[in-house]
Design a protein around this ligand. Structure first.
Ligand SMILES: Cc1cc2nc3c(=O)[nH]c(=O)nc-3n(C[C@H](O)[C@H](O)[C@H](O)COP(=O)(O)O)c2cc1C
Length: 190
């Protein structure tokens, strides 16, 4: 299903995937901070580091973060022991000008966090299906300064049996489009 003919590719890229079945087991504080530390070392425009994470691990916080998710995502992500809301800071700190690269940089940081999770035997699953207004309400962040990008579930994988029936069959790593679909050599115009 998930294969590549590229023999030099690091297996981390193909082995990482986004399950929905999570064990409720708590993560150690050290593991969680290691994920954020991986994000911290990501490259960014002018080294602005425009990512910001608000996270929930305590049960009462998790309940409030779950209320940010749409129903479909909540039906599986309510088992995850960590929920992170990822934001980008929309303006540069040094001059308050709009940072049009902020989401690009926050995307790079999320992938670093995700790959580090994989190295620690954990899994992440990003969710765009959430209520933005509720994300600002729950976190208290100012929407004039921060853009709510995604909610990320983190934890250890569980048996697919823990999932609602309609999601069980989808609990397999997904494939990718061919490489030729995403690359173009040279100029496309005269
Ligand atoms: C920005 C973003 C939004 C996503 N939104 C959702 C979502 O709302 N619900 C969901 O179940 N998966 C969501 N996903 C997970 C993707 O469907 C998944 O990453 C993709 O199918 C590739 O699978 P893989 O991560 O297992 O390789 C999202 C992923 C990203 C990066």
């Amino acid at each position: 299903m998930r294969n590549t003919t590229c023999s030099k590719l690091d297996t981390i890229f193909v082995d990482r995937w986004s399950p929905r079945a999570f064990l409720p087991d708590k993560l150690s504080h050290e593991d969680l901070m290691t994920l954020f530390e991986a994000a911290r070392w990501s490259p960014s425009c002018f080294n602005e580091q425009p990512w910001h994470y608000v996270y929930a691990v305590a049960d009462e916080d998790l309940a409030r973060f779950q209320s940010v998710l749409n129903d479909k995502n909540r039906s599986w992500a309510d088992k995850a022991p960590v929920l992170i809301i990822a934001f980008s800071r929309t303006r540069f700190r040094k001059n308050d000008k709009p940072n049009r690269w902020a989401d690009f940089d926050a995307g790079a940081a999320w992938m670093a966090l995700n790959l580090q999770a994989h190295r620690l035997g954990l899994h992440c699953h990003a969710m765009g299906g959430f209520d933005e207004d509720r994300a600002y309400e729950v976190t208290g962040l100012d929407r004039d300064q921060y853009k709510a990008l995604c909610v990320i579930a983190v934890g250890r994988r569980a048996d697919p049996d823990v999932l609602p029936e309609d999601l069980r069959a989808r609990e397999t790593p997904s494939d990718r489009n061919p490489l030729d679909d995403m690359i173009t050599e040279g100029c496309m115009t005269e």
